[in-house]
Design a protein around this ligand. Structure first.
Ligand SMILES: Cc1cc2nc3c(=O)[nH]c(=O)nc-3n(C[C@H](O)[C@H](O)[C@H](O)COP(=O)(O)OP(=O)(O)OC[C@H]3O[C@@H](n4cnc5c(N)ncnc54)[C@H](O)[C@@H]3O)c2cc1C
Length: 252
């Protein structure tokens, strides 16, 4: 998910690195399989490390059924299709990167721009237009400011992209309901004016909580577990890797 937004493709190299290292060090990997308490308790393990990540936070949205509600995580994982008119709720780093991803999907990408310019198939101004205007209408709303929560120095290209692609930013707005194919937002700054944003999909990016179900079930059965990464505290990749390395050293 972290590697899906524009400019973050490099994060995939981390997955490739671990695929190589796990194979080289003979770690057995079982994909598409849910770890359960019964299998773990009968597995004869000396140590159990739970790194089950996070679960997206949800919020109730009164909805007359005229727009779909999903999460940023489902969009970035490719489980859900956003449609043409999208409201992203939550202007933190995940919400902004999801809005950036969706807006970019509706604009000419690097390959198309290169093709059109290389073959002089369109005038430069037209190509610039195709590149800088999204066919998708994206709005991003937050009860606070939009564009907070980025690591130092990493937010500016995202915010620049949102402006370039004319993503409508609504800071200090709360989503009240979905009705008649529109999301109704209340402005928290001007005494509560309502505005209706026509939308096909509302994408929630309102935070995440640690996924600790397995760790708690194991502890209830009296099995000692080490919990690391987002399962311990929702954070950043380097925090998860550092905790893993320190724990591995301690276990050794
Ligand atoms: C959109 C987005 C952008 C991000 N951008 C950045 C960034 O720019 N920089 C940064 O440092 N961090 C970023 N992060 C955060 C970073 O991805 C996480 O901090 C990191 O992946 C946490 O690693 P983890 O191993 O703890 O959990 P995860 O990477 O979430 O892995 C948990 C794994 O456990 C599996 N699992 C859960 N339950 C079970 C079970 N019962 N049995 C078997 N498997 C199970 C899940 O399927 C998942 O594969 C971003 C996150 C998101 C969602």
């Amino acid at each position: 998910m972290a590697s899906t937004p524009p400019g973050k493709n490099e994060f995939k190299t981390l997955i490739e690195f671990y695929q190589t290292m796990l194979a080289e060090t003979g770690v057995e990997v079982m994909l598409g399989k849910k770890a359960t308490v019964s299998e773990i308790s009968s597995g004869g393990f000396d140590e159990v490390v739970v790194a089950t990540g996070m679960k997206p936070r949800l919020m109730p949205v009164p909805n007359d059924g005229t727009a779909k509600v999903t999460t940023a995580y489902d969009i970035l994982e490719g489980n859900e299709i956003a449609g043409r008119r999208v409201l992203v709720v939550g202007g933190g780093s995940v919400g902004c990167e999801t809005a950036q991803y969706l807006a970019n999907e509706g604009a000419a990408d690097a390959q198309e721009v290169f093709f059109l310019l290389r073959h002089a198939a369109e005038k430069v101004e037209k190509v610039m237009n195709l590149m800088n205007n999204s066919r998708r209408m994206v709005t991003i709303a937050d009860i606070m400011a939009v564009g907070t929560g980025f690591e130092a120095g990493t937010g500016w290209p995202v915010m620049k992209d949102l402006n370039r692609l004319h993503v409508d930013q609504r800071p200090f707005h709360v989503l009240e309901r979905i009705e008649n194919g529109a999301a109704v937002l209340k402005n928290l700054k001007d005494g509560g004016t309502d505005s209706a944003i026509p939308c096909d999909t509302v994408v929630l990016a309102v935070g995440a909580d640690s996924e600790r179900t397995l760790a708690e079930e194991l502890q209830e059965c009296g099995l000692p577990v080490h919990t690391i990464g987002d399962a311990k505290n929702v954070g950043r990749i380097m925090d998860a890797i550092r905790q893993a390395a320190e724990l591995a050293k301690q276990i050794c």
